[in-house]
Design a protein around this ligand. Structure first.
Ligand code: AGP
Length: 615
């Protein structure tokens, strides 16, 4: 989710690029940099960890020469912590080109090994620097920057937006994209590239949308688009009629809504690069040895809020695939119960921000008891992963909305990957079984898109509940944490009483809450596990018989649910353990729309902070 700007034209490029990066700050980042092509054949670069102000101080202390061609970048760290060295732009050993990148290069380790075998010296921990060396190799062999970019893109696997300049070609900026955002700004004798229109909207509202696997070259004279083989291609011209605020939200009214719709991409990105060429799972940030994993005889997941509910879903998957007992604990309770820990207990700390004080204190306590700690985190270089023995980073990109959505789904993906990895090491699942689940996971982005395509009906349903003061959520098995998370979304956004229950628990008390017209959202498990499905149906019948309005989420083809559902929201048919990835999406949409219709600040709900750094 990095921010990217490129410019060529009559203006001073540094000012245009820095202004563009400032308009992309909303995306969240941890370092920034610029590169300018100076007449006479040099590229000059300035880059700095931290906020844009840090870079601007560097530029004030050591001004760069005048230039009318330049690129800039705000980095959201994926490979390598946020440091000056890892900040973009990157270059090769000849310092002839400068390149910035957004996305994940899946095969960067193999490419890096080949470069180092050819005596290339790489100084950063990023996948981006590998691409810079490859592009520089091509231009040094005599190819122009456009051809060089085409050649290199053919070698890359993964999702990427690349932008580069060449010191020997001062009036050209070349960019490329695959499964990652890039738009072209069309000005009067000047052209821009950006990760979204916010990068250049203050200069021009004329833009070009690019297609998949395309290379775009901008010069003062115009725009040229090709595919990765160099064949001419077309972009789609459009006029940007959004204001800046809407541009930052990709046209959505709230960051949270934008992030709900980013979930297919976030899940796909979080699955990238997780398998070796031999098909084995690899978790490159996992620094626990196979022996240490084989010694694990208990897993305790600690987290707060939405991340805690992700841990509850993970319990079902980890226990099913690894047969290792899993406890899921609220971080704020964990260390006060004097837990029984030792070296064979693996602590899994789940945190989107990586700064939650309750979770941080819990892992510090666990480490005093000699337990190993593995963090699942979305924020590279944050405190919790820094204080852990191993990390699995999610690749959701920055999550701006306080109410977590894509953070939750990518946490589930990371938990599934952890479970499969432990199963692979412990041998509790065969390789073909693991590959089957990986294939099912890789199909989930499309299933999430399917659910999102029905968002308007969920919005209409939400607006029917403007006067509702209480809502219940029911679920069983992996659907139970989904019910709890759905209730939390409604609490934190619509400020109304919402409570999730294990459906089997109703008859032990909560059913007394049921009264005429009370909305009860029911997460119906797939039919594959009939005992579970049947039990859920009887729970739904019980509440409906007492006047509840049953809003049921059930898979396509489930006709048994129809007589008991006052409202039916269809889900794609997916395996039981993976159903939370699709079942939570209508509940996110419901809460977001109801809060918006109520006039609440969806992105900054009252009393809440994005990262709770106090206990
Ligand atoms: C979720 O919508 C809330 N913002 C909150 O419950 C959050 O999940 C919790 O504070 C944990 O945050 P973390 O994942 O950054 O540790």
């Amino acid at each position: 989710m990095c921010g990217i700007v490129g410019y060529v034209g009559p203006q001073q490029a540094q000012g245009v690029v820095i202004d563009g990066l400032r308009r992309l700050e909303y995306r969240g980042y941890d370092s920034a940099g610029v590169a300018l092509v100076v007449q006479g054949g040099t590229v000059v670069t300035a880059k700095k960890a931290g906020k844009l102000a840090n870079l601007e101080k560097v530029l004030a202390d050591s001004p760069l020469p005048a230039s009318t061609t330049g690129i800039g970048h705000t980095r959201w760290a994926t490979h390598g912590p946020p440091t000056d060295v890892n900040a973009h732009p990157h270059d090769g050993n000849a310092h002839r080109i400068a390149l910035v990148h957004n996305g994940i290069i899946e095969n960067f380790a193999d490419l890096r090994a080949r470069l180092e075998a050819d005596d290339h010296v790489l100084v950063s921990q990023t996948d981006t620097e590998v691409v810079a060396h490859l592009v520089e190799l091509q231009v040094q062999s005599g190819e122009d920057l456009t051809t060089a970019m085409q050649r290199v893109c053919q070698q890359l696997e993964g999702a990427f937006t690349l932008v580069a300049v060449d010191s020997q070609d001062p009036d050209r900026v070349v960019a490329a994209r695959r499964n990652s955002p890039l738009v072209v700004g069309v000005g009067e004798g000047e052209y821009f590239v950006g990760s979204d229109v916010a990068a250049f909207i203050s200069h021009t509202r004329e833009a070009l949308e690019l297609g998949q696997d395309q290379v775009v070259t901008i010069t003062r004279d115009g725009v040229e688009i090709t595919d990765f083989d160099g064949r001419p291609a077309q972009g789609r011209r459009f006029h940007v009629d959004w204001d800046l605020s809407a541009a930052e939200k990709d046209g959505h009214d709230w960051f949270m809504r934008k992030e709900i719709f980013e979930q297919p991409r976030a899940v796909a990105d979080s699955l990238l690069g997780r398998r070796t060429r031999a098909g084995l799972l690899q978790l490159d940030e996992m620094r626990l040895s196979d022996d240490e994993i084989r010694d694990v005889d208990k897993i305790i997941i600690i987290a707060c809020g939405t991340s805690f509910y992700a841990g509850m879903v993970a319990k079902y998957a980890i226990e099913h695939w690894t047969r290792v007992p899993v406890e899921v604990e609220l971080a704020s309770e964990f260390r006060y119960r004097d837990p029984i820990l030792d070296y064979s207990t693996l602590i899994v700390a789940i945190s989107q921000s990586g700064e939650t004080a309750d979770t941080l204190q819990a892992i510090r306590h666990a480490r005093t008891q000699r337990s190993k700690v593995l963090a699942i985190c979305n924020t590279n270089g944050s405190t919790i992963p820094r204080e852990s023995d191993a990390v699995i980073y999610t690749h959701a990109g920055p999550e701006i909305g306080v109410a977590s959505t894509k953070g939750f789904l990518t946490q589930l993906v990371a938990c599934y990957l952890l479970a499969l990895y432990v199963a692979q090491v412990k041998g509790t699942r065969y390789g073909d079984e693991i590959n089957q689940v990986m294939g099912q996971l890789e199909a989930m982005p499309d299933h999430i898109e399917t659910v999102l395509s029905a968002s308007e009906s969920v919005y209409a349903l939400a607006r029917e509940h403007l006067d509702t003061r209480s809502v219940l959520f029911l679920g069983r098995h992996a659907g139970y944490p989904v019910a709890l998370e759905g209730a939390l979304k409604l609490k934190e956004l619509a400020y109304l009483h919402a409570e999730g229950f294990a459906a089997g628990e109703l008859k032990h008390g909560p059913i007394a809450l049921i009264e005429e017209g009370l909305p009860v959202l029911c997460v119906v498990p797939p039919r594959g596990r009939d005992q579970l499905h049947e039990k859920m149906l009887s729970g739904i019948q019980e509440v409906r018989a007492r006047g509840a309005r049953t809003i049921c989420l059930a898979e396509e083809g489930d006709t048994r649910i129809e007589p008991y559902a006052d409202v039916l929201i269809r889900l794609p048919q997916v395996p039981t353990l993976l159903q939370p990835l699709v079942a939570i999406v209508p509940l996110q949409l419901f809460a977001c729309e109801l809060a918006s219709a109520l006039g609440h600040d969806v992105d900054q709900p009252r009393n809440l902070a994005k990262s709770v750094t106090v206990e």
